[in-house]
Write a protein that binds this ligand. Structure first.
Ligand SMILES: Cc1ncc(COP(=O)(O)O)c(C=O)c1O
Length: 470
């Protein structure tokens, strides 16, 4: 069977199917058990399953599993497949590059593709961001950004936000505060100079503010809290060199801050001479309806981290900074103080160039903005139909989420409902994931190319799912 990328789901086995289950059992014999869930998450009584399906191939918005089931992927495989799985331009770039040069010597002897990619990154990001450090994962881009801030300011501390997700390496995990259990065993290894402050979630305002507090007031309260911290005797203002923030929290549940908040962070960073880091690993490359989410507010950080969609599926990331900030590293003496074996890998760089060229040439950011508005309207209709249980439609562009609550009055997150609905959708061929600190948000970060017919199919399934589960 082939998949076109525009197919509706075709489900022919239980989900996960027998072949998937067998392969995952096989995997468990040779992979650390903490990596791939295997029946661990199955709540036998409820019949809800999050057990993996094993992927065989993917194209456009379609994924086929090893049992021959065809799905519509509304996760974009962690928001990576913005242009769709296996976009022909990216496949062609990879094939051409693979025939010429697969591996070069990152900081010692760069391949041509790395030069092309750095040039394109400088061109496509806000004009002030001109100099890149390439990496291989979001986490490594965040490491590079935090190190850059330390080098530039001489201060190794940073402020980060509750609910923020920046990766799980020993450097980036210091900034991540998505779930406490991700950090607990490693606290001794993490940068103890990173402090966390509340994110201005206007749906559940921090500091005990009431639910009807105005969004701008929520933003202002957090900004004041940060200023007080930086001025106060307890936080060594002299120790904090950076603020790291997602312009819209991704794994934290597609949480957008109120208007003016990012600008406020810019002002604070200028006042206290901090390096402002925007983690655009999730939001970057068209996802929110602009090439980068910071463009919505016209705020330019000092360093921007990108990854995920950047490589079109190849592990690729970058921290892109202002010239004066990156210059703080000084010149390489031939022994780069920050590099890695695969930095600037030619295959990834060629794919990254194809991603950027395609996004620009095909005008995707504006198209995502239009598509996102349409999808959001449909979600809002559903939310109005179930006002007691759908608390809020979150996010921007094609980074959207439905937040489930136990009831509208308490706004207590309902992770079980989001997980049950995820399973319901998957059994009918639509892949979605829960996000949020309590798994209470049904997250949509689809390939931009999902067709109207595929969306219609999803909304039918979602509506039926809500009816049957509520
Ligand atoms: C905003 C953000 N930053 C960083 C990361 C970490 O990226 P990676 O998993 O590639 O290390 C993620 C991953 O989800 C992310 O969403």
């Amino acid at each position: 069977m082939t998949i076109s990328g525009e197919d509706l789901p075709r489900i022919q086995t239980a989900i996960p199917g027998p072949e998937s289950e067998e392969r995952v059992d096989d995997l468990a014999r040779s992979e650390c058990p903490a990596i791939t869930a295997r029946r661990a998450r199955r709540a036998e009584e409820s019949g809800v399953s999050q057990d993996p399906i094993v992927w065989r191939r993917a194209k456009g918005a379609n994924v086929e599993d090893v049992d021959g089931n065809i799905f519509v992927d509304l996760t974009g495989a962690f928001a990576v497949a913005g242009l769709g799985h296996g976009h022909p331009n990216i496949v062609e770039a990879a094939q051409n590059q693979a025939e010429t040069l697969i591996h070069a010597m990152g900081d010692v002897y760069p391949g041509e593709a790395k030069i092309e990619l750095c040039r394109r990154l400088a061109a496509v990001t806000p004009a002030e961001l001109t100099h890149s450090i390439l990496g291989l994962s979001g986490s490594s881009a965040v490491d590079a950004a935090l190190k850059t801030a330390a080098v530039h300011t001489g201060r190794s501390g940073a402020l980060a936000f509750w609910g923020g997700y920046h990766g799980l390496g020993s450097g980036s995990l210091g900034a991540t505060a998505y779930r406490e259990e991700f950090r607990r065993p490693f606290l001794g290894q993490l940068n103890s100079h990173i402090e966390h402050v509340p994110f201005p979630d206007t749906y559940r305002p921090p500091f005990g503010m009431s639910f009807d507090t105005k969004p701008e007031e929520v933003g202002r309260a957090v900004l004041t809290h940060i200023c007080n911290k930086l001025r106060g005797p307890a936080t060594a203002a002299e120790d904090v060199g950076a603020i790291i923030v997602e312009p819209i929290q991704g794994r934290g549940g597609e949480v957008a801050p109120p208007p003016g908040f990012l600008r406020g962070l810019r002002e604070i960073s200028d006042e206290f001479e901090l390096v402002l880091i925007f983690d655009e690993i999730y939001t970057g490359f068209g996802r929110t309806g602009a090439m980068f989410a910071c463009e919505h507010e016209g705020v330019v950080p000092d360093v921007m981290c990108v990854g995920k969609a950047m490589g079109g599926g190849f592990p690729l990331s970058a921290a892109i900074g202002r010239r004066e900030v990156m210059d703080s590293w000084g010149l390489s003496s031939g022994e780069a103080v920050h590099t890695s074996t695969f930095l600037g890998n030619p295959l990834g760089c060629a794919m990254g160039c194809a991603v950027i060229d395609t996004l620009v040439e095909e005008g995707w950011p504006a198209r995502v903005a239009r598509r996102g508005q349409r999808i959001r309207k449909r979600l809002e209709v559903l939310a109005r139909r179930h006002p007691e249980r759908i608390g809020r439609i979150r996010g921007r562009g094609l980074m959207l989420g439905l937040e489930f609550v136990k009831d509208a009055a308490s706004r207590v997150p309902d992770g079980e409902l989001a997980v049950a609905l995820t399973d319901y959708c998957r059994r009918r061929g639509y892949l979605v994931l829960p996000s949020g600190r309590h798994g209470q948000v049904l997250a949509l970060s689809p390939p931009f190319v999902v067709t109207d017919e595929q969306w219609e199919g999803f909304f039918t399934v979602l509506g039926e799912g809500l009816k049957s589960l509520l």
